[in-house]
Write a protein that binds this ligand. Structure first.
Ligand code: C2E
Ligand code: CA
Ligand code: CA
Ligand code: CA
Length: 279
């Protein structure tokens, strides 16, 4: 038993070493990811429950490295935040999405909108935001072509400065969504101070909505509350027809999840959209 214990320990340290090594390699390589054009954006459709149409998509970043393969944003966004590279990367995502949303407005639907995830760290250096606002102001047909997704955390340490910045997003003609709702403090008290448009219910609540007796009334209550406050609700991570049926019954406004589609590279997303429209 003693020997086994020691072996387990050495496997454990090997794992730790591997993780530490991979992290430092990624940190180093991430610096060149933009220059080497290794970052790409995938788009996941968001389906309007009232009309069945798709005029929204969420932009989700991917890193395709020549030796490491595809690195998940769950893995490299924290590194980008630590190193400060999140500002450059986030700006790149913003520019790409602005261009893409305008193209899809012209091609598919005049109200097409892309949601962009913002890291709380990006609020610490608003120089980039100023550039975005200037760009948006100079683009025709750009009103509400983008929606920024922020987490509850951003709203909670809502300093005056953050609140002011959020106002500027709205003034610049963007919508706002609260991402991962329910995983943080789940108090909607902050809604009084900021003007958000959408609430995205985290997929951990959606996962058990058809099987866990407690999650269904919880989601129902969140949707009722959001509607009373004038917010539209997006359910994240919808994977089954049973989940979809329940969400439709309780008046959820938008559905996002593998049931409809995984996030797709641009050409595949366009093909998906065309096939969906033809239905
Ligand atoms: P998120 O904003 O909560 O994005 C939703 C995540 O759920 C995505 O993971 C998406 O692929 C996944 N998802 C969608 N539908 C389903 C489903 O039906 N089942 C399951 N199991 N998962 C589903 P992804 O793409 O790996 O992104 C992870 C996180 O990385 C995002 O979570 C977001 O916080 C962050 N992220 C992604 N792109 C960006 C970006 O451009 N900027 C920043 N700051 N963060 C990003
Ligand atoms: Ca999101
Ligand atoms: Ca989310
Ligand atoms: Ca998240």
């Amino acid at each position: 038993a003693k020997k086994l214990g020691r072996n387990q320990y050495s496997f454990y340290t090997q794992d730790m070493q591997y993780v530490a090594h991979r992290r430092s390699e990624q940190k180093r390589e991430l610096r060149n990811a933009l220059i080497n054009e290794e970052l790409e954006i995938h788009y996941q459709p968001v389906v309007d429950m009232n009309t069945g149409t798709v005029t929204k998509a969420e932009a989700l970043i991917r890193w395709r490295h020549r030796t490491m393969g595809i690195v998940s944003p769950e893995e490299f966004i924290p590194l980008a935040e630590e190193t400060g590279l999140i500002h450059e990367i986030g700006s790149w995502v913003f520019m790409e999405c602005l261009e893409q949303a305008l193209k899809w407005r012209a091609r598919f639907h005049p109200d097409f909108q892309i949601s962009v995830n913002l890291s709380p760290v990006q609020f610490k250096n608003s120089i980039y935001f100023d550039r975005w606002f200037t760009l948006l102001a100079s683009a025709a047909n750009s009103h509400n072509c983008l929606c920024v997704e922020i987490t509850e955390g951003v709203l909670l340490d809502a300093s005056e400065k953050t609140a002011a910045q959020l106002w500027r997003f709205r003034e610049a003609g963007m919508e706002m969504a609260i991402d991962d709702f329910g995983t943080g403090y789940s108090s909607l008290a902050y809604i009084k101070h900021v003007d958000v448009d959408y609430l995205k219910i985290d997929r951990t609540f959606i996962a058990n909505i058809a099987t866990d007796a407690a999650d269904y009334p919880l989601v129902e209550a969140i949707i009722m509350m959001a509607h009373k406050l004038g917010l539209k609700v997006v359910a994240e991570g919808v994977e089954t027809e049973a989940q979809l049926t329940l969400l439709a019954r309780i008046g959820c406004d938008y559905i996002q999840g593998y049931w409809y589609s995984k996030p797709l590279p641009k050409p595949a997303f366009e093909a998906w959209l065309q096939a969906h429209e033809a239905k």
